[in-house]
Design a protein around this ligand. Structure first.
Ligand code: HOZ
Length: 428
């Protein structure tokens, strides 16, 4: 494949944008290559500036569950644009999307729209602190909740990819209120709670971890968190920015039947436009300004174009059989890749929850950050580059999730599995 134009554009970008990208993982740095620059996308495919096409399993890191440029979304956003891009004043669209979110997500009685997942988690934590009057928060090693200061502690995703356990620029005074437990270990949570009685405002968790690869919750883990939080007066926050409307219409909380006190959302509810949201129990949400005293605001919050893309996308997801068909495709691709690795004699540990999946380059099981971080990232990098050459676009990091969309066809899936078979043999 020729990547000449991408190489030129990356060189130009590096002169004006730090590292040449506007979000670190995109840079392909951890796989030792230059990124391909994307020109356009359609359905299950993205196309780069050199004319190469790829079956896309990044899906803009999650939002494109109905595929790129879904005709209904494109049409709706074009019409919304004719009415104006932004008003900074309330619109009916915001209430429509709020009602759709409330109907879908068991824990959400009231919701506030913001512009990104980072804003959603940052604001949810402020609200949990304001509501409880407590300062400490508890998160899990390898879970990523955006890049707010207090949350960049033992974070997954880009921070994990680049080996940044705690970012420079985060004052120790800010990070000292962040306690970190091990994912899937209730014992580690209980120990921290016992040592910090009556000082923990919230436990924030990805109910399906998606930022250290895909790591499902073990049986009893989410139930245990629910019980601890109820007993200790701690606000339980599910960060469903990735899993919301992805693993089920009502997210992981619907799938596993555990209801947190608050939920953060993003990605899919914006249909590819910048949106985040946080919501939960009415008594907590009513503490938010201007109803209550906890401050939070945003010029582009509830933006009409983003609301329109979100509403249209959720209407597509509500069509009968949507999640069943997606499950079938995801199972085919996840299992197909695992079988291809086995046939090549290459050791991987394969995980999948709905249309989120991951192939970990390890012989052992992966259930937390220590087991995820034991993966052979050099072998992953070789596999990633080989797959790219075969026309399959994966996330350029072992510690990210692959996403399947409803537009992935049987041919796309067959081609992906054939490419994986070839690439595992190549690196075995
Ligand atoms: N936070 C995303 C990975 N989990 C990366 C987003 C991006 O680089 O666009």
């Amino acid at each position: 494949m020729n990547h000449n134009r991408s190489t030129i554009l990356f060189r130009q970008a590096k002169a004006t944008i730090p590292g040449g990208v506007n979000s670190p993982v995109r840079a392909f740095k951890s796989v030792g290559a230059d990124p391909v620059f994307i020109k356009k996308a359609s359905g299950s495919h993205i196309f780069d500036v050199d004319g190469n096409s790829y079956v896309d399993y990044v899906g803009s890191w999650g939002p494109m569950i109905a595929g790129h440029c879904h005709p209904q979304v494109v049409e709706a956003v074009k019409l919304a644009m004719d009415n104006g891009a932004s008003f900074g004043a309330p619109t009916e669209l915001e209430t429509t999307l709020a009602n759709m979110v409330i109907d879908a997500v068991p824990s959400i009685e009231m919701v506030r729209m913001v512009s990104s997942g980072t804003e959603a988690t940052m604001s949810a934590i402020r609200l949990a602190r304001g509501y409880t009057g407590r300062d400490n928060i508890l998160k899990f090693s390898g879970c990523y909740h955006g890049h707010a200061d207090a949350l960049l502690v033992k974070a997954g995703s880009g921070a994990a990819t680049f080996g940044v356990p705690d970012s420079p620029g985060v004052p120790a005074d800010f990070a000292k209120h962040t306690l970190t437990a091990e994912y899937n270990s209730l014992e580690s949570v209980k120990a921290l709670v016992a040592d910090n009685r009556d000082s923990i405002a919230c436990i924030i968790v990805e109910p399906v971890a998606g930022n250290m690869g895909t790591v499902p919750p073990r049986e009893g883990f989410l139930e245990g968190l629910r019980e601890i939080c109820t007993n200790e007066g701690i606000v339980l926050i599910f960060d469903e920015v990735m899993s919301g409307f992805r693993v089920a219409y009502g997210g992981a909380q619907e799938l596993y039947g555990i209801t947190p006190d608050m939920t953060t959302l993003g990605k899919i509810i914006g249909g590819g436009l910048p949106v985040g949201a946080f919501g939960g129990k009415r008594e907590i949400m009513e503490k938010l300004s201007p109803a209550g005293g906890v401050y939070q605001a945003g010029t582009l919050s509830g933006n009409p174009l983003a609301m329109t893309a979100g509403i249209t996308t959720l209407n597509i997801l509500k069509q009968p059989g949507f999640y069943e068909a997606l499950e079938e495709k995801s199972c085919q691709v996840g299992e197909g890749i695992a079988k291809a690795a086995k046939a090549a004699g290459y050791p991987i540990y394969s995980t999948r929850v709905g249309s989120m999946f991951c192939a970990f380059f390890t012989k052992g099981k992966v259930f937390d950050w220590p087991t995820a971080s034991a993966c052979d990232t050099k072998a992953f990098a070789k596999y990633f580059l080989a797959m790219l050459e075969e026309g399959v676009y994966l996330a350029p990091s072992q510690f990210e999730t692959a996403f399947v969309s409803s537009m992935h066809s049987d041919t796309d899936i067959e081609n992906t599995i054939a490419a994986a078979a070839k690439c595992y043999k190549l690196i075995a």
